[in-house]
Write a protein that binds this ligand. Sequence first.
Ligand SMILES: O=P(O)(O)OP(=O)(O)OP(=O)(O)OC[C@H]1O[C@@H](n2cnc3c(O)ncnc32)[C@H](O)[C@@H]1O
Ligand SMILES: [Mg+2]
Length: 203
Amino acid sequence: MKRMIIATKNKGKVAEFQQLFAKKGIELLSLLDYNDIPDVEETGTTFAENAILKATTIANMLHETVIADDSGLIVDALDGEPGVYSARYAGEGKNDQANIEKVLKKLQGVPFEQRTARFHCTLAVAKPNGEVTTVDGVCEGYITEEPIGENGFGYDPIFFVPEKQRTMAQLTKEEKNEISHRAKALQHLLHIWDKLFEKGNES
Ligand SMILES: O=P(O)(O)OP(=O)(O)OP(=O)(O)OC[C@H]1O[C@@H](n2cnc3c(O)ncnc32)[C@H](O)[C@@H]1O
Ligand SMILES: [Mg+2]
């Protein structure tokens, strides 16, 4: 396998996948490399449903094997919000800053030890022949009281990683890729990679 398509338009995800796949010597394309691919409506109520929806829709459209990523932030004190609605928590505009402000506002007065949260990532691989496989990855942490750090994307500035004693947005791309939900899901995928793409099973 020489190239792989990631069914996403999220630049932050693309940058992380580029780095994660570099070691495999696979050329990565994303939906940012194509014109005129409409957004897939994320009508599912679970990460897996949405990841499968995105992967199968784009695989059917392009007649190629594609990977889709559906991910989000789960905050225990908010009963799991923003969850599958992470990208559009503060409205359809997908505004990272507004999403962060909404989480922080809802958590006002909640002490640090009760601000537990996790990032979840489901990756779905869809082949043009209709076969679909999913893998998951999770990263545990705490929600800070204010945004800290400039790196990454989405909720990274308010996600404190105990292992690193810094927020996700204070980590380099390499450091985030050592511990992130996305990297863990991809590790699971790489474990079954040869089986998924062994000769005769490529399409
Ligand atoms: O659907 P695609 O095109 O892949 O792009 P998206 O941004 O809409 O992606 P999702 O539907 O999977 O929504 C995931 C949201 O969860 C948040 N998120 C996911 N992974 C994250 C990460 O590594 N760091 C910070 N926030 C993350 C961020 O707000 C994302 O927009
Ligand atoms: Mg989305």
